[in-house]
Ligand binder design. Structure first.
Ligand SMILES: [Zn+2]
Length: 329
């Protein structure tokens, strides 16, 4: 009669709750198996009494377990029970695009320095992308940016975000202080250093008494803020139809710190963009007064993550392979 009596008492006295209900239920069922198996082994005269004990035990346990399960399902005390045995869904984290991570550093620098962020359409009117930026039809400078022309008349895929400068100036009087980030398109064969679309960040500052020194200061401060105080910028004479004078922006190679390496083609410098004082024709085209000056600058943003993460090919940035981006963290 005492067969497994201790175990039965232990289970009957157990405090069953959300944490242990499954374990207790399993122990109970295992015990029942061995109790039923034992019934066959005991003598006939003892069998009835033993069967009665086992049945009572079975009913009580089933009741206790059912009660707890009922509460877990949403009974009045359900709030007190948390089923810790439930497996939780595995959360799959994404990763911020390397381009976005670097862009955010630039953006916060410019926002902190009073610039507004403006964005515009990627399908752009020819007059905003070229004509009003001092590149009328048949101007030889149009060949500098091999543009994708669309079948719609006068519409193109923008070859630079400078088009936003025109759109903004047509709607706002000076002073102007904006940056304009976005994807731009140029006819280019796909190779390790080129893609037919890339990410550009442009800026425009317009007002009275704006000088080339202001332009230099803005660029220098920005690159040092984003890449560290050791980085220097230099300005190399250059030609753009919409600025005069114009300059290419070089920064000391962040990979070798200017000591010359493969990334900077052993020059110590990397060309990251262009800039200049806004051409008077551009101001005339948007109806600004003659006493106004301004400067514009643009960075080829895709260069920066390529340098920072030593990417062998530029197109990795546009393949959107999340496994690769996670490794870049
Ligand atoms: Zn280098």
């Amino acid at each position: 009669m005492d067969y497994k009596k201790e175990k039965m008492d232990e289970l009957l006295n157990a405090q069953i709750n959300a944490q242990n209900v499954n374990t207790v239920d399993k122990e109970f069922k295992d015990l029942m198996k061995s109790l039923f198996a034992h019934i066959k082994e005991i003598s006939a005269d003892m069998r009835k009494a033993f069967g009665k004990t086992v049945n009572e035990f079975k009913l009580q346990m089933e009741n206790k377990i059912a009660q707890v399960r009922e509460q877990l399902k949403g009974g009045k005390d359900a709030g007190e029970y948390i089923d810790l045995t439930l497996s939780k869904p595995i959360l799959k984290y994404g990763a911020m695009h390397p381009l976005n991570r670097i862009y955010k550093r630039f953006e916060s620098y410019y926002i902190n320095n009073g610039f507004n962020v403006v964005s515009g359409p990627e399908i752009e009117l020819d007059k905003y992308n070229c004509e009003m930026l001092n590149m009328p039809a048949h101007h030889p400078a149009r060949g500098m940016q091999d543009t994708f022309y669309l079948e719609f008349p006068n519409k193109i895929l923008r070859s630079h975000t400078s088009a936003m400068q025109i759109r903004y100036m047509l709607k706002h009087k000076p002073p102007v202080k904006i940056i304009s980030p976005g994807i731009v398109y140029r006819v280019d064969d796909l190779d390790p250093q080129h893609t037919p679309m890339f990410f550009q960040l442009e800026g425009l500052v317009v007002g009275e008494n704006i000088t080339f020194s202001d332009l230099k200061g803005t660029i220098m401060n920005c690159v040092q803020n984003v890449f560290g105080k050791d980085i220097k910028a230099r300005f190399v004479p250059c030609y753009y139809p919409y600025t005069e004078p114009s300059a290419g922006i070089d920064i000391t190679c962040p990979v070798c710190g200017g000591k010359k390496c493969r990334t900077c083609k052993h020059s110590g410098w990397i060309r990251v963009g262009g800039c200049g004082m806004v051409h008077p024709n551009v101001f005339r085209n948007v109806g600004y007064p003659e006493n106004i000056q301004g400067f514009a600058f643009g960075y080829g943003m895709s260069k920066f993550p390529q340098i920072e993460y030593k990417l062998p090919e530029l197109r990795i940035l546009h393949d959107n392979n999340i496994k690769v981006f996670k490794q870049l963290h």
